[in-house]
Design a protein around this ligand. Sequence first.
Ligand SMILES: [Zn+2]
Length: 123
Amino acid sequence: MTIPCVPRQLSPEETALAEFLLSVEFPGHDELRKQLKLAQVTGTCECGCGTILIRVNHANDKAVTTERVVVEAYGKGVDVLMFVRDGALSSIEIVDHGDARPLRYPKPEELSLWVPPPRSSGG
Ligand SMILES: [Zn+2]
């Protein structure tokens, strides 16, 4: 469960991970890259996994996305998912398959990117 925090800049590690996720092409990619510069962290997961909630201030460039999860990354025992809501970055979720907390923050060089294919409508 995520708990609100005083809005803050993304940490260097969080920025590096976000830039890595946005280094691959997918629908809405260009707008999200612009939004990242305006993004603030507004909440973090209480369990210590590193999941963050993101708010984009004055998002003039709305991303037209078909998926809520626009891009994912996979590492050893860890998945990273970037969520978009109403055309703006909304969270970077970190899912791991172990019990270690706080979880060591995933590094881009340990991850492989994956863009979820668009679902067929009605599915
Ligand atoms: Zn968590």
